[in-house]
Design a protein around this ligand. Structure first.
Ligand SMILES: [Zn+2]
Ligand SMILES: [Zn+2]
Length: 371
């Protein structure tokens, strides 16, 4: 059992402070102690003290400690005053201890509950804007913008100022190439074959022992520290506790680690010549009328055609805005357009998904703006 420490209380009736816990009645107004909370001088509630930090702790003298009960004061239900565990009748009103229903700690708990309830009732209720409402407003704004950008806009009275077409044919030439590889392709003519390094493998050569320094935490010794418990009778008990103190221990460990070496792996490499079709040139034709034609081809014996591309365009002038735009479209639609025609073009407000339309925006032919 630890040492007893003197507790103190303040009189709730006359405001007298720092009355010793061994005193049952207020020396200023004479009333018995009731709804009070005991405290120590110098040591705060929950404080921890080290072995050598206890010079200001106010211990009860051995003579006093002898008469102090270890039990809390009992609380008189008739006059609300605290009485020592040694007393069988209330020192204030004379009621029997048998009629008492609670002690110091029960009284303290009820008092704290009352204070918490009073504090909660005073707390003003905070008003917050519902985050869901803000989210819905943002979503509605985004939806509105998307809907606007996605809506169509028709530009009328566009005057066709030019027609253009481009046609081109890609030509490949059969050429003899010198190549090498780990396989001989079909149709190749072998020139030479050699053993060469194909790749390297990582192979364990041997193991090496190595000393590694390591450390670990071990308990060196235990040290005592002290906590303080309210006895509920005007005194506190100083209780000793133990905690481990650690120290770092160093030691060496031998580990075995693999040492690798690079081993070359050989394979047969083939050197050969092979005939391949390679891109050679483009034959092109272009014009600004409806007479589109393919360029004439004069293919040599070692040449072939490898694909055709074609593009048909028209340019319109917006006389209100004083701008011109060129569009690409299918040949069949392009043949229906002539210089000096007037057109309507409808597109999204972003400029995408353009098409030739009537005045009301009904589609006639798809087009694509040329950058
Ligand atoms: Zn008093
Ligand atoms: Zn009483």
């Amino acid at each position: 059992m630890g040492n007893l420490v003197m507790g103190y209380w303040d009189c709730p009736f006359c405001g007298s402070k720092g009355i010793a816990g061994t005193t049952m009645n207020c020396p200023a107004c004479g009333r018995a102690r009731g709804d009070v909370k005991f405290y120590m001088k110098n040591v705060a509630e929950g404080e921890i003290r080290e072995q050598n930090e206890r010079g200001d702790v106010e211990y009860l003298k051995e003579e006093q400690a002898k008469y102090v009960s270890k039990n809390p004061d009992w609380y008189c239900s008739f006059c609300n005053s605290l009485n020592s565990d040694n007393a069988q009748f209330c020192g204030n009103c004379g009621a029997s201890r048998a009629d008492s229903e609670s002690n110091y700690f029960d009284m303290l708990q009820k008092k704290e509950e009352r204070e918490r309830a009073a504090a909660a009732a005073q707390q003003p209720e905070q008003k917050r804007r519902n985050p869901l409402v803000i989210l819905l407003i943002i979503a509605a704004i985004i939806a509105g913008v998307v809907f606007f950008l996605n809506s169509n806009k028709t530009s009328g009275d566009l005057k066709v100022t030019a027609l253009n077409w481009d046609r081109s044919i890609s030509i490949e030439k059969n050429v003899q190439c010198s190549e090498s590889g780990w396989e001989l392709p079909e149709g190749a003519e072998l020139t030479e074959k050699k053993r060469e390094i194909h790749h390297y493998d990582n192979v364990v050569d041997h193991y090496e022992k190595r000393e590694v320094k390591r450390s670990r935490q071990v308990v060196d010794h235990y040290e005592t520290y002290y906590t303080y418990k309210d006895n509920g009778n005007g005194t506190f008990t100083e209780e000793p506790n133990e905690r481990p103190v650690y120290t770092t221990e160093y030691y060496t460990e031998t580990v075995s680690e693999p040492v690798y070496k690079q081993v070359a792996r050989y394979a047969t490499k083939y050197y050969y010549t092979i005939w391949r079709w390679k891109q050679d040139r483009e034959e092109k034709a272009a014009g600004n009328d409806h007479n589109a034609y393919w360029p004439e081809l004069n293919l040599g014996g070692d040449e072939r055609e490898a694909g055709r591309t074609e593009e048909y365009r028209f340019t319109v002038e917006d006389q209100k805005k004083n701008t011109t735009t060129t569009y690409r479209l299918a040949e069949a639609d392009w043949r229906n357009i002539h210089v000096d025609d007037t057109l309507n073009i409808t597109a999204k407000r972003t400029g995408k998904s353009a098409f030739i339309s009537d005045e009301k925006g009904n589609k006639i032919a798809d087009v694509e703006a040329v950058r």
